[in-house]
Design a protein around this ligand. Structure first.
Ligand code: GDP
Ligand code: MG
Length: 163
């Protein structure tokens, strides 16, 4: 059986870093500037003995549909629509922002399984933000570090539970 995951979240939380780690190639552009991933990018991901399709998205921004942010949002909604499960990512060092909350509502509405990753949690720097993330109502946040590869076995377990 093959399945697909969409990585969703506001700009700069680390979505493309996770995509690159799971696909093993630098197919997604990682940048310090929020919103640098303009396009959906898809790749074949591997995690342990799992093989699946993964979609990286532009950051979600609440904006007018005519704007660039609106188009990025539309792409993200399409990615959510095509995926079997969603990886919703927050920046645990920053904690929840209004944008995280607004788009968590969108993700919750899709009715698909959601894995909540509290990224940038290396060195325990994300503990407060991880606890805050319970308030999103998307299940138990998984402390994670896309950059350092921490939490991958918890992500594996969460994917198996979601399917
Ligand atoms: P995106 O906009 O959500 O796709 O985020 P990116 O993957 O482009 O990453 C945004 C910034 O966060 C970059 O500077 C990354 O190096 C950084 N970043 C990504 N993952 C982590 C992480 O686990 N820990 C820390 N400290 N920084 C990270
Ligand atoms: Mg990106």
């Amino acid at each position: 059986m093959t399945f697909s995951l969409a990585i969703v979240g506001r700009p700069n939380v680390g979505k493309s870093t996770l995509f690159n780690r799971l696909v093993g190639k630098k197919l997604a552009l990682v940048d310090d500037r929020p919103g640098v991933t303009r396009d959906r990018r898809e790749g074949d991901a591997r995690l342990g003995d799992l093989a699946f399709r993964i979609v990286d998205t532009a950051g979600l921004e609440e904006a007018d549909a005519a704007s660039l942010e609106g188009r990025m949002r539309a792409q993200t909604e399409a990615a959510i629509g095509h995926a079997d499960a969603i990886v919703f990512m927050i920046d645990a060092r920053i904690g929840l922002t209004p944008t995280d909350r607004a788009f968590a509502d969108l993700v919750r509405k899709c009715g698909k399984p959601v894995i909540l990753l509290a990224n940038k949690s290396e060195g325990r720097g994300g503990e407060a933000g991880t606890l805050e993330a319970f308030a999103l109502g998307l299940g138990t946040p998984v402390p994670f570090s896309a950059e350092h590869g921490e939490g991958l076995s918890d992500l594996y377990d969460a994917i198996c539970d979601a399917l």
